[in-house]
Design a protein around this ligand. Structure first.
Ligand SMILES: O=C(O)CCC(=O)C(=O)O
Ligand SMILES: [Fe+2]
Length: 397
C-alpha cells in the first residue's frame, strides 16, 4: 500500500498548499445540509428544489452527517491516490487503461489531451473507475490495472456513498416534481448497468512566470443525472445566472473550494426528465487563480446516470411543463445511446478546440475507436471553436 494511506484526515494542509485568493469574482452558491436532507427537513428540501430550478449548482455540507463525513474521507483518499500515481506512472502505462470499445459513456479508462515533451499532460488527465463492474449482481470479470488496483476498496466506498447521496437528492426532487415514489430513484440503483463512475482528474501546475493558455477543460454540461465534485484548489468556473443566453468572458465566476463540502450539480439528464424545469449548469476549468497556479490541481468526481435502458424523455406531472410538438416528435434515445452521443459530440468538440489551439490539425489519440456516425446531438452547439464562449438559444431555455 502507498505511504499516503496514513495521512491524517484531520490535517488537510497538504491538500491546500496556498489559500484561494480574495480578489477574484466568486460564484455565490447556496450551501445545502446533507443532514437536513436526510432528516426530511422541508425547508431544506424546498431550498434544494429552488437551487435546482436556478443555477443547478450548490455546495453540499458533508460534515454534518456520518455518510457525508465518510464520503469526504474517501474523496480525500481518492485525491491522494491520484497524487501518488498520476505524476509518476509512465504515459504508455496510463494510456493502456482503455475505455470500452466504441465511445459509450466515459465510465472507465484513462484520458488526456495534448502531452508535453516531458511526457506530462499539457492541460489535464483523468482516470475513471466504473461502478457497474464492481457492484453488478452478475460477475463482469473486470480488473483495474496494477497502478490503480491497490486503491480499489476506497474507490468502491466512495462510489457507494455517492450513490446514497445522489439518491437522497433524487428522492427529494421526485417528491417536489410530484412524480410517483421511485420514478427517479428506481433508475439510479448502485447495481444498475448505467455507466456511473468515479473520476480522478489532475491539472498540472504551471510556472508562475510562464505565458500559458488558461483553458484546462472547455465549457460543457455533464451528460449525467447528478455530479458530486470534490476539489481543493481553484480552477472550476460557472457562469453568472444572468448570462443564461450569451456567455461573455466577464460572466464566468470562480467556484471557491470549501473544505468539508462537495460541489454538486445536476446534469443534462435532469433537464431531459423535466423539460428543462431543472437546470444543468454550464461549467469549465481554467488554470488555478493566483499563486495556486503553481500547484497540481486534483478533483474527484462521482456521478449518477440513469440505468442504460431508460427512455430519455420528459416525465409528465402537474409541475413539469409540457413539451412542444417538435420535442414530442423527436426520436427517443435510451440512456446509453443518449450518453454515447453526448460524449462523442463533446470529444469531437475537444479535438477541434485542441487543433485550433495548436494551430494545426491535432487528432488526439483516444483510448477507443470512435464510430463514424454523426451523433445528431451537439453538446456545445454554437460554441465557436477556440473561444471559451457558449451560446444557448432562447428556444432551448
Ligand atoms: O475538475 C473540475 O473541477 C471539474 C471537472 C469536470 O467538470 C468534469 O470532469 O466533468
Ligand atoms: Fe463537468
Amino acid at each position: 500500500m502507498s505511504s499516503f494511506q496514513d495521512k491524517s484526515f484531520s490535517n488537510m494542509e497538504d491538500l491546500y498548499p496556498v489559500p484561494f485568493p480574495d480578489d477574484v469574482p466568486i460564484a455565490k452558491l447556496e450551501t445545502i445540509s446533507l443532514n437536513k436532507l436526510l432528516s426530511n427537513n422541508e425547508v431544506e428540501a424546498q431550498r434544494l428544489f429552488n437551487v435546482c430550478k436556478g443555477s443547478g449548482f450548490f455546495y453540499l455540507d458533508m460534515m454534518d452527517h456520518e455518510i457525508g463525513r465518510k464520503m469526504w474521507e474517501d474523496a480525500c483518499y481518492a485525491c491522494r491516490s491520484g497524487q501518488a500515481v498520476l505524476p509518476i506512472t509512465p504515459m504508455t502505462t496510463k494510456k493502456a487503461y482503455k475505455a470500452r470499445t466504441g465511445v459509450k459513456v466515459l465510465d472507465r479508462g484513462y484520458q488526456t489531451g495534448a502531452v508535453n515533451d516531458d511526457g506530462q499532460p499539457r492541460d489535464s488527465e483523468m482516470f475513471m473507475v466504473p461502478q457497474t463492474e464492481f457492484f453488478s449482481n452478475e460477475p463482469l470479470g473486470f480488473e483495474l490495472p496494477p497502478w490503480l488496483a491497490p486503491h480499489e476498496e476506497r474507490f468502491k466506498n466512495a462510489m457507494s456513498s455517492g450513490n446514497i447521496v445522489a439518491n437522497v437528492i433524487l428522492s427529494i426532487l421526485e417528491g417536489k416534481l410530484e412524480l410517483p415514489p421511485g420514478a427517479l430513484t428506481n433508475i439510479h440503483k448502485l447495481t444498475d448497468s448505467s455507466g456511473d463512475f468515479i473520476r480522478v482528474l489532475r491539472y498540472p501546475g504551471t510556472d508562475l512566470g510562464a505565458e500559458i493558455d488558461p483553458l484546462r477543460f472547455p465549457p460543457h454540461r455533464d451528460a449525467v443525472s447528478i455530479a458530486i465534485l470534490f476539489t481543493w484548489l481553484g480552477g472550476l468556473q460557472i457562469t453568472d445566472e444572468e448570462a443564461a443566453f450569451a456567455v461573455p468572458e466577464s460572466s464566468w465566476r470562480w467556484v471557491k473550494p470549501v473544505p468539508g463540502t462537495a460541489v454538486v450539480n445536476l446534469g443534462d439528464a435532469m433537464e431531459v426528465f423535466t423539460n428543462k424545469l431543472l437546470k444543468s449548469g454550464l461549467h469549465r476549468v481554467i488554470k488555478a487563480p493566483g499563486l495556486q497556479r503553481a500547484h497540481d490541481k486534483y478533483s474527484v468526481l462521482i456521478v449518477a446516470r440513469p440505468e442504460d435502458s431508460t427512455p430519455m424523455r420528459s416525465f409528465s406531472s402537474p409541475v413539469i411543463p409540457e413539451g412542444t410538438e417538435e420535442q414530442k416528435s423527436a426520436p427517443i434515445y435510451s440512456s446509453i445511446e443518449w450518453g454515447h452521443n453526448k460524449i462523442k459530440a463533446l470529444q469531437d468538440f475537444i479535438d477541434k478546440l485542441q487543433s485550433a489551439r495548436a494551430g494545426k490539425t491535432e487528432n488526439l489519440e483516444r483510448s477507443w475507436t470512435a464510430p463514424k456516425s454523426g451523433s445528431g446531438i451537439d453538446v456545445l452547439e454554437g460554441c465557436p471553436v477556440g473561444l471559451v464562449t457558449h451560446y444557448r438559444t432562447k428556444a432551448e431555455h
